[in-house]
Design a protein around this ligand. Structure first.
Ligand code: SAM
Length: 257
């Protein structure tokens, strides 16, 4: 099993393991009882700022571990998701909170006429997949937008992807979904992808991550009902909920007219 901690192991868990044991986690876990009682994250009280602000301005090493953990976990799911997604009639996609852009790069590779936009926090976009950056294989069809999806999503696209990001507090989810609806035209497609705390063989891993997210971003992984409920509240018509792979589900929706 220790081979999984090697960087070069196929399906390496090295950076996921490091991420779950970063210095800040040791200060946050002892406050779990408080977080469970209040339903709120304990991070701002401990560190004086929100989690992602802290990560990017005060904990550069931890931010690097986070990006690598996300890269490892998103690489395989990006391929699965690109296989899953039917892009018939779609000319442009926007990946909101798309990390370094592995999903977007997989889609641009598979669909040679597709255009795509990656929106994520400035420091994350700055380290985007080289294939999406100037001089990269897909640069002519890719746009990189640094920003905060809770504030504004200045991107018009036929299809919006929101994958593994709506697992923070409900207020951030509401603001993000409202911004997507505002940016999109009526009839645009929105696909939300999440690990659910039910119906999943990876339930114990998802539950552990759910508790960690509660500590740092006040997050909560969703059940099918809670996710579909927030999407409907934002003005989205959910048309289907389908498995992408053994641990991810896609919520397919249309922006109501
Ligand atoms: C768990 S990762 C998922 C990344 C990618 N969607 C995937 O599935 O591989 C969450 C992403 O949300 C981004 N993020 C967090 N807060 C954000 C915000 N306010 N606006 C835009 N992106 C944000 C993080 O930088 C990170 O890339």
């Amino acid at each position: 099993m220790s081979r999984l901690l090697r960087e070069d192991a196929p399906n390496s868990l090295r950076y996921i393991s490091l991420w779950c044991t970063e210095p800040w986690t040791w200060e946050a876990w002892p406050r779990l009882d408080e977080a469970v009682r209040s339903g709120r994250n304990v991070f701002p009280e401990l560190f004086g700022k929100e989690f992602f602000d802290y990560l990017h301005s005060d904990a550069g090493d931890s931010a690097k571990v986070f990006d690598k953990a996300m890269t490892t976990s998103s690489r395989q799911s990006a391929v699965d998701f690109a296989e899953y997604l039917d892009l018939t009639g779609i000319d442009s996609v926007a990946d909101i909170g798309g990390g370094q852009g592995h999903v977007l790069a997989s889609l641009l590779e598979k669909h040679p006429a597709l255009h795509g936009t990656l929106l994520d926090l400035p420091k994350v976009v700055a380290g985007a997949d080289p294939r999406l950056r100037d001089g990269g294989a897909f640069s002519a069809r890719a746009r990189l937008v640094p920003g905060d999806c809770r504030v504004e999503i200045p991107v018009r696209a036929d299809l919006y992807i929101i994958k593994n990001i709506l697992e923070w507090d409900d207020d951030s989810t509401r603001r993000t979904l409202a911004n997507v609806v505002k940016a999109a035209g009526s009839g645009a497609r929105v696909v939300v992808v999440e690990n659910l705390v039910d119906n999943s063989p990876s339930m114990r891993f998802t539950t552990a991550m759910d508790l960690m997210l509660m500590l740092n971003v006040g997050g909560a992984k969703h059940s099918e009902e809670s996710m579909a409920g927030l999407m409907a509240e934002a003005g989205l018509t959910v048309t289907a909920v389908r498995p992408v792979n053994p641990y991810l589900h896609a919520f397919e929706a249309i922006v109501s007219g």
